[in-house]
Design a protein around this ligand. Structure first.
Ligand code: PLP
Length: 462
């Protein structure tokens, strides 16, 4: 059977111009092991983007596989309204041990965008039920990405995804200016005082009274091209949100689970406040009001997401039924036991095998190698890294930081070249990046960076 031909007969692939498949047909993957994917002809591809950032501990991780196998013969799924099960409860108990202080109520969904929708609705309804019905708008950052359902798309700021749909979207208050590479204040990421935060202050001064929540991807704007900003920004944001009674929603869908070198990106902000005293603790604990989790949550095995929130928000919904204060939001597959069993095992592996600590040691090596190999290239504007994530921004001119001509689709050409050589890169525009499973070894780091370098040099003639 010609599987590629059959695929194209039926399947409309995500985020793809299907016409591109005329020259690059879908690769039919048969099995996976560790960071390797094998197609039906036995060719190996190094999955250094964790299959859209969700695979955390390698493909077909024996421990996660066996946890799911055990669960599937016990209970595959059950309605989650008025019913519950041990895997969901255990998962919450385990998450409580690693989540920032204060997050303690878990509302389940089955994909990241759905968790964002929940967070937005929850925030609006909280304010509505606590005497602030005028708080019905949201603030979000330029270049943000929060998923692609209409609510999530509205708070997102990447035009590639949202531009066309603007007539359908909520009117969001957009805050400008988190591009550290092209900093408008002439500062650098490690030496600034988050001068750009004045944009947030301006927006709050003007709009806080009508604003329910501000949503951010903490520290790392993934889809925008792995843009990294300092934790001080989050600390300042927490303080401002407290002052104006605006919720802080942390979209940790991509940044959670060790991707930034700590369990959650927000933990970097907590570290900044480590010197806090008991008396100012509440003011300075940079905990979000709602945190959205997905992607790494199940190690990339099962679709699941959670919006985790505080007792305070939960309490605003808790009343006699006829008061009409319940959160009337549901997803059929909420709390799926198979997904929960995978998620529990992920947390156990992270702990038992010291995964994040070990990944941090290799992250240093990874970053050093990427810098050595790529910085000398004439078209490399910046190499930035956080945790094991390394991004290489290609530009036309290093001095002016002028981007490459996007119509040339340079990133896509590099992607195709690297596939030939068995490395799955999938750049974001003209930003090449690595976001591998946390278990990647040094020999693979050497190999994938060599291939990426060679392909970049070939395509750009550097
Ligand atoms: C992937 C992602 C989402 C959306 O998750 P889906 O499961 O694809 O709907 C939202 N926010 C961030 C930061 C993401 O990376």
């Amino acid at each position: 059977m010609d599987w590629q031909k059959e695929d194209l007969k039926y399947i409309w692939h995500p985020c793809s111009q299907m016409k591109d498949y005329e020259t690059l047909p879908p690769i039919v993957i048969e099995r996976g092991e560790g960071i390797n994917l094998y197609d039906i002809n036995g060719k190996c591809y190094k999955d250094v983007i964790s299959s859209w950032w969700c695979n955390l501990l390698g493909h077909c991780n024996p421990r996660i596989s066996s946890a799911i196998k055990k669960q599937v013969d016990t209970l595959e799924h059950v309605i989650f309204a008025n019913f519950t099960h041990k895997p969901a409860i255990t998962l919450c108990q385990e998450l409580m041990k690693v989540l920032p202080e204060g997050l303690c109520k878990f509302n389940f969904a089955d994909n990241g965008s759905a968790a964002i929708e929940m967070a937005l609705k929850m925030s609006f309804q909280y304010h509505y039920q606590t005497g602030n019905p005028q708080k019905k708008r949201f603030m979000a950052l330029s270049d943000a990405y929060h998923g692609e359902t209409l609510g999530a798309l509205a708070v997102g700021g990447v035009d590639l995804y949202s531009e066309l749909y603007k007539p359908l979207l909520l009117d969001v208050i957009r805050i400008d200016g988190l591009d550290c590479y092209r900093c408008k204040y002439g500062k650098c990421r490690d030496c600034c005082n988050c001068e750009c935060f004045e944009k947030v202050e301006e927006a709050f001064a003007k709009h806080a009274d009508e604003t329910a929540a501000i949503i951010v991807e903490p520290l790392l704007q993934g889809s925008a091209g792995m843009k990294i900003y300092p934790p001080l920004y989050l600390k300042k944001l927490r303080e401002l949100c407290d002052k104006y009674n605006v919720h802080l929603i942390a979209d940790e869908i991509a940044t959670g689970y060790g991707r930034t070198g700590k369990m959650f990106a927000f933990d970097h902000a907590a570290e900044l406040s480590a010197g806090r005293t008991e008396s100012n603790k509440n003011t300075f604990t940079p905990t979000p009001d709602i945190m959205c989790l997905s992607k790494g949550l199940t190690g990339g095995y099962m679709p699941m997401a959670i919006a985790v929130t505080t007792q305070k928000i939960y309490d605003a919904f808790y009343d006699d039924y006829l008061k009409g204060k319940a959160f009337m939001h549901s997803h059929t597959y909420a709390g799926n036991p198979l997904a929960c069993s995978a998620a529990i095992e992920v947390l156990r592996i992270l702990k038992d095998e010291n995964i994040i600590e070990k990944a941090n040691a290799r992250a240093k090596y990874f970053n050093k190698i990427v810098k050595e190999k790529f910085l000398p290239l004439k078209n490399v504007g910046e190499v930035r890294s956080i945790g094991l994530i390394n991004a290489i921004e290609l530009v036309k001119d290093k001095e002016t930081k002028e981007p490459l001509d996007y119509t040339k689709r340079t990133g896509y050409q590099i992607y195709k070249k690297a596939l030939e050589k068995g490395v799955l890169l999938r750049p974001l525009g003209d930003v090449i990046y690595f976001n591998p499973p946390l278990i990647i070894e040094e020999t693979d780091i050497d190999y994938v960076t060599d291939v990426a370098l060679e392909c970049t040099q070939t395509i750009l003639k550097n």
